[in-house]
Design a protein around this ligand. Structure first.
Ligand SMILES: [Zn+2]
Length: 139
């Protein structure tokens, strides 16, 4: 599936660079909008404190302090690390209307946003594929 977005992102990575940098599953999720199988991701049960970055370009996207256990099978957050760290687009694929979350710097696919997050913390769930991210532990 091609990215139909007309938006130009500040970081442009060539297909060759991305293929060299990413493992096949990460490439599939980030660049072809795939989804990792639920409950399998590396970071689903990660309890360490630190920052999650876009695996394609290194943009800081989420902090562990906003992570919570949603039970959905993917790493879930209530907020991005900064409002402008991510980009949101409507996604009409798979006969659903969802909000797609993209890296604001390189436009790579990260996951989806749903209105079923914890009510006392904003009510939004950012549901992100582990393979889209690198984790940088706080030192
Ligand atoms: Zn990125």
């Amino acid at each position: 599936m091609k990215n139909k977005s007309k938006k130009t992102y500040p970081i442009q990575l060539s297909e060759d660079e991305l293929r060299a940098k990413l493992d096949p599953e990460s490439y599939h999720v980030l660049r072809e909008k795939g989804t990792e199988r639920p409950f399998t991701g590396t970071y689903y049960h990660n309890k360490e404190t630190g920052i999650y970055e876009c695996k394609a370009c290194g943009n800081e996207i989420f902090h562990s302090s906003k992570m919570y256990d949603s039970g959905c099978g993917w790493p879930s957050f209530t907020h991005p690390i900064r409002p402008d760290a991510i980009d949101v687009e409507m996604d009409y694929s798979h006969f659903m209307i969802r909000e797609e979350i993209l890296c604001a710097k390189c436009g790579s696919h990260l996951g989806h946003r749903f209105p079923d997050g914890p009510k006392d913390r904003g009510g939004i769930r950012y549901c992100i594929n582990s393979v889209s991210m690198d984790f940088k532990k706080d030192s």
